[in-house]
Write a protein that binds this ligand. Structure first.
Ligand SMILES: [Zn+2]
Length: 171
């Protein structure tokens, strides 16, 4: 099932996701399958559950965008445990369509998470994967990439989105 993407302005995106306690359930398997399907349908490299209106600490990532099944990552209750270096690259978000901005992130990060069975996993990522890991973990903490921009830039984007909302072009 392909979920519609929740857009900036919806409070679910700025709320801490609930920690997942039950693993390996048919419901969780189905949700993760739907999250991959929704992410591919919307051409994203990552998707966090709050982006489909579900406030739980679950994210999926595939930086190959469906080209390489070995790149599929499921992160449940993830936390960034280490970061090294800094890298500024352009970043966008399915929940903030039409905007892309340079964001300063850790160049290499380690994330500790649980897999679909509740086993602890550690993922180390560089470049695009590092960025996706940080971006998706942020989502589960109720944080959008906009929060990494300068106040000036953020306000500018907010104003442009408010205009789009008024003219009915947002949502
Ligand atoms: Zn995003």
């Amino acid at each position: 099932m392909i979920y519609p993407i929740v857009k900036y302005g919806d409070p679910v995106l700025e709320k801490q996701g609930e920690t997942v306690q039950e693993f390996d359930t048919p419901e969780l398997h189905k949700l993760i399958e739907d999250m991959f399907e929704s992410m591919y349908a919307h051409k994203g490299v990552g998707l966090a559950a709050p982006q489909i209106g579900i406030s739980r600490r679950i994210a999926v990532i595939d930086i190959s965008v469906g080209q390489d099944p070995a790149q599929k990552l499921v992160l449940i209750n993830p936390e960034v445990t280490q970061h090294e270096g800094k890298l500024v690259t352009e970043e966008g978000c399915l929940s903030v369509p039409g905007f892309r901005e340079p964001v300063r992130r850790g160049a290499k990060v380690t994330v500790r998470a649980q897999d679909i069975r509740g086993q602890t996993i550690e993922v180390i990522g560089e470049e695009l994967l590092a960025r996706a890991l940080q971006h998706e973990t942020d989502h589960l903490n109720g944080k959008l990439y906009l929060s990494h921009l300068s106040a000036l830039k953020r306000d500018l984007i907010r104003r442009r989105i408010r205009k789009l909302e008024k003219s009915g072009e947002w949502k």
